[in-house]
Design a protein around this ligand. Structure first.
Ligand code: NIG
Ligand code: FE
Length: 410
C-alpha cells in the first residue's frame, strides 16, 4: 500500500533525525514545511519534501493520491495516560458533584474507583473488550495513534489480569500502538479496608510477579495521594516493579503536594502524571531529569481542579506531555485535540508547545519516540490531516469541535 499526500499547506513535526524528547524552551519549536508532499509505503513514512521538488518519487504505480489542498498534516497524537478499559460510565457521580459533593467525598462513600471495580469484576472479558474497542475507535477519530492503557479497576489478581488481557487484545486487533500499565495500587478495595497493609503485600508478593511473568505489562503505576497510597507505599511498589522489569509512571499530586516527585525522579520514573499541585522543589527536580511531567487537563476541567502549572515546569526546563486520562470518573473523554486546546487556553502553552506535548513528548512518555511522534522517514505512518485552515493554531483555537478531517494509522 502506497499513499502520496500532495499539496499539504503545512507538514508539521518533520525531522530527519528526531530528538528523543523536547524540554523547556525547545518545546516551542515545531518544524513545519509549507507546500509539502508526504509519501507513505508499507505503513511507514517513506519520504517528504517540497511540492516544488518531486525528485524522490519515480514510481507512480499502485499509488493512492490524496490532495490535501489547504490542509495541515501532523503526527497523530500519542495519549500517554488512559484508563480506557472500564465497565460502565459514572454519570450519577457527575450529577452528585454538580450538587456539591467532591470527588473525594464520592470515593469515601464507595463511589469512584471502587464503584468501577465492582462493575468490572462482574463483566466478561469479551464484553469489556468490545466496549474498550468502541472507545479506542472514537479516540482514533479524534487523532490518537498511540495510547497507554492502565489496569486498576480490578483490584484482585484475577480481575487486574483480565483487564491487562483486554489491553493485549486491543493491541493485537488495532492499528494503535499500545502500551500496558499495571495499576493494582489504584485504591484499597473494600474487602481490605481494615487491613490495607495486606493489600499492599498482595500487590508486592502476588500481583506484580503474576503480571510480569505473564508479560502483560510494560509499566507499573500507583495512585500516590492522601487517602490512597502513601509516598512510602508508592516507592515500595516502584521498587518491586523495577525488580520485575516494570518501569514506573505514577499518578501523583492530583489533590495534594505529597513530596513524592523528587523521589520518583531519583528512582527513574518514566513519567509522573497529574501534578495539579506542585510542592517546593518539584519543578526543579523534574527540570533536571528525563522524567516527563504529564498534565491531564481534561481531568482538571471535569473535576474543577487547578491546571498543572506547566509554565513553571517549562521554565525549569522540564519535558512536558499532555494526555487525556480517559476514565469514567475524572475524565470521560479520549479527545486529545481538546487536551491540546486546554493546554493553550488554560495552561498558557503556545500551540507549538501543546502539539509537541501531545505528539513527540507523548511518544517519549511511553517510550515510542523511536517509531512515533514525528514525521520522519522510517517511522510508523500515523498522521492527522486537518480541515483546510490558515495555520496549525486553528486546531486548539477551534476548541471543542473536531477540526481533524482524517486520521491515517499505518
Ligand atoms: O487519573 N486519580 C486516579 N485515577 C483516575 C481516576 C479514576 C476514577 O475516578 O475512576 C485519574 O484521575
Ligand atoms: Fe489517571
Amino acid at each position: 500500500m502506497r499513499i502520496l499526500i500532495k499539496n499539504i499547506r503545512g507538514l508539521a513535526g518533520i525531522y530527519e533525525n528526531p530528538p528523543a524528547l523536547l524540554r523547556g524552551a525547545e518545546m516551542d519549536r515545531l518544524p513545519i514545511l509549507e507546500n509539502a508532499f508526504l509519501a507513505i509505503e508499507n505503513g511507514r513514512i517513506a519520504l517528504y519534501g517540497s511540492m516544488d521538488d518531486w525528485g524522490g518519487i519515480t514510481d507512480w504505480r499502485n499509488l493512492e493520491v490524496i490532495d490535501a489542498d489547504g490542509r495541515f498534516v501532523l503526527p497523530a497524537f500519542c495519549d500517554s495516560h488512559t484508563h480506557l478499559v472500564f465497565a460502565a460510565s459514572r454519570e450519577s457521580e457527575f450529577e452528585d458533584r454538580i450538587k456539591g459533593l467532591t470527588y473525594e467525598e464520592i470515593a469515601a462513600r464507595g463511589g469512584g474507583i471502587l464503584n468501577s471495580a465492582g462493575r468490572l469484576r462482574d463483566m466478561s472479558e469479551d464484553e469489556l473488550f468490545d466496549k474498550a474497542m468502541v472507545r479506542l475507535h472514537q479516540a482514533v477519530e479524534s487523532g490518537t495513534g498511540a495510547m497507554e492503557i492502565k489496569s486498576g479497576y480490578g483490584l484482585t489478581t484475577e480481575s487486574e489480569m483480565k483487564m491487562l488481557r483486554v489491553v493485549k487484545r486491543l493491541k493485537e486487533e488495532s492499528k494503535v500502538a499500545i502500551k500496558a500499565t499495571f495499576l493494582g495500587a489504584h485504591a484499597i478495595p473494600a474487602e481490605f479496608k481494615s487491613k490495607r497493609r495486606a493489600y499492599i503485600d498482595l500487590i508486592l508478593e502476588e500481583m506484580i510477579p503474576a503480571v510480569a511473568e505473564a508479560g502483560l505489562a510494560d509499566y507499573i503505576d500507583a495512585f500516590c495521594e492522601v487517602g490512597y497510597f502513601s509516598t512510602d507505599e508508592t516507592m515500595e511498589i516502584v521498587e518491586r516493579g523495577a525488580e520485575y522489569g516494570l518501569k514506573s509512571r505514577i499518578h501523583v499530586n492530583q489533590f495534594n503536594a505529597t513530596g513524592a516527585i523528587p523521589k520518583l525522579v531519583a528512582a527513574g520514573a518514566v513519567s509522573v502524571d497529574h501534578l495539579e499541585v506542585l510542592g517546593d522543589g518539584d519543578a526543579e527536580a523534574l527540570g533536571g531529569s528525563n522524567t516527563i511531567a504529564t498534565a491531564l487537563p481534561l481531568c482538571s476541567l471535569f473535576l474543577g481542579l487547578p491546571y498543572t502549572p506547566l509554565r513553571e515546569l517549562l521554565s525549569q526546563n522540564a519535558a512536558v506531555a499532555l494526555a487525556t486520562d480517559y476514565n469514567p470518573g475524572s475524565a470521560p473523554s479520549g479527545n486529545m485535540a481538546m487536551a491540546v486546546a486546554l493546554g493553550c487556553i488554560k495552561m498558557k502553552m503556545t500551540p507549538a508547545e501543546a502539539i509537541n506535548a501531545a505528539t513527540l513528548n507523548g511518544a517519549a512518555a511511553i517510550e515510542l519516540a523511536d517509531t512515533h511522534g514525528t514525521i520522519t522517514p522510517g517511522k510508523v505512518a500515523n498522521i492527522i490531516i486537518t480541515e483546510p485552515c490558515e495555520s496549525l493554531a486553528f486546531l486548539p483555537y477551534s476548541f471543542g469541535r473536531p477540526s481533524i478531517e482524517r486520521v491515517i494509522l499505518g
